[in-house]
Design a binder for this molecule. Structure first.
Ligand code: NAD
Ligand code: TYD
Length: 354
């Protein structure tokens, strides 16, 4: 047992970044349980595929028989739970998968983890951790002058995605409060970086800008998000896993609020500079499109608690990390080609056709 961590959803964007970083930083073993939906990509983990300390298990977090035997066989000392349906626009078009994975799946995982944890000897029970990775979207939308979200901001989720994550957060809270399961919850703002599936704003804009395609900006482009580089998020999760206080939640953010239109213009400028523009600035591709229904106006994070109590603060600035991110998409044409075939093209056609 001693050092195995079970990661769910480890073939996705943040999960794969987390696994690579975790395995680089110490001797621990990782078991990655992933269903490989459209968002899961084992190429992200090719560099560790043959590492003896790594095991991939193809499966669903809602499969309790599989979970039971996996926990029994690998005896992890922690579970880090990333697996989720994660895209707001998809949750608006089809919420059912979000309820199935984010709510029912998290419930199944909690039940099986609780049964496993109860059976551990006392010392191991005390050391065990269940870390649930969640989002700032559970807090709803802020007005322009409202203070940022803190850990005591009331939940007010507005999209089916946010509601399903809020439900999972509540279940995790209840499993600690009722059964004493040693849980930790992190709520993080919008991430960007390598391996992000190009349905989300930043990689979509990078790739469309590179390919001379329209750059779709919803509504008036004035919606505000807080943006955090994925490697900073992974470091924050590791910090909470090592030093977080059981039963607590921690907000993670980049202290970096930006309007969508400013993000898009910044990317245009960087792509022009890195790839050349043949005389036509890419900002001319910006196209304002119909707004997302129920589109939250502003998210902002107060990440003061994790800094005060655990000493974590983001290392990267937006200015440097967005350049690294654009460079990564320029340098990884094979990865991009692989994920932008088939079902990706279908999503783009359905979602942006009007
Ligand atoms: P992602 O969509 O890139 O990856 C999700 C992964 O989960 C995929 O590998 C997918 O195959 C897997 N998965 C989906 N359903 C599954 C199931 N039923 N069983 C097993 N595996 C399943 O997501 P992401 O952006 O890496 O987000 C990871 C977590 O972080 C999510 O819980 C998300 O809510 C949270 N989060 C994301 C962000 C962000 O900006 N991306 C910000 C804050 C929090
Ligand atoms: P997204 O990356 O989908 O993350 P989230 O909805 O979880 O914040 O979107 C980030 C912001 O960008 C959000 O305000 C919606 C907006 N957006 C666009 O303007 N155009 C797009 O094509 C997409 C995908 C998002």
């Amino acid at each position: 047992m001693e050092n195995t961590v079970l990661v769910t959803g480890g073939a996705g964007f943040i999960g794969s970044n987390f696994i690579l970083r975790w395995m680089e930083s110490g001797p621990a073993s990782v078991v990655n349980l992933d269903k490989l939906t459209y968002a899961g990509n084992l190429h992200n983990l090719a560099s560790i595929a043959d590492d003896k300390r790594y095991e991939f298990v193809h499966g669903d977090i809602a499969d309790r028989v599989l979970l039971c035997s996996l926990l029994d066989r690998r005896k992890p000392r922690a579970v880090v739970h990333f697996a989720a349906e994660s895209h707001v626009d998809r949750s608006i078009r089809g919420p059912e998968d979000f309820i199935r994975t984010n709510v029912d799946g998290t419930f199944a995982l909690l039940e099986e983890v609780r049964a496993y944890w109860v059976g551990l000897e006392e010392r191991k029970r005390g050391d065990f951790r269940f870390l649930h990775v969640s989002t700032d979207e559970v807090y709803g939308s802020l007005g322009p002058k409202d203070p940022p979200f803190s850990e005591v901001t009331p939940y007010a989720p507005n999209s089916p995605y946010a509601a399903s994550k809020a439900a999972s957060d509540h279940l995790v809270r209840a499993y600690h409060h009722t059964y004493g399961l040693p849980t930790l919850t992190t709520n993080c703002s919008n991430n960007y970086g390598r391996f992000q599936f190009p349905e989300k704003l930043i990689p979509l804009i990078i790739l469309n800008a590179l390919n001379g395609k329209p750059l779709p900006v919803y509504g008036d482009g004035q919606n505000v998000r807080d943006w955090l580089y994925v490697e900073d998020h992974c470091e924050a999760i590791a910090t909470v896993l090592h030093r977080g206080q059981v039963g607590q939640t921690y907000n993670i953010g980049g202290w970096n609020e930006k309007r969508n239109i400013d993000i898009v213009e910044t990317i245009c400028h960087i792509v022009d500079e890195m790839a050349g523009n043949g005389g036509t600035a890419r900002r001319s591709l910006i196209t304002f499109v119909k707004d997302r229904p129920g589109h939250d106006r502003r998210y902002a994070m107060d990440a003061g608690k994790i800094e005060r109590e655990l000493g974590w603060r983001p290392r990267e600035t937006f200015e440097s990390a967005i350049r690294k991110t654009v460079q990564w998409y320029l340098d990884n044409e094979d990865w991009v080609r692989d994920v932008t075939s088939g079902s990706y093209r279908q999503w783009i056609e359905t979602h942006y056709s009007s």
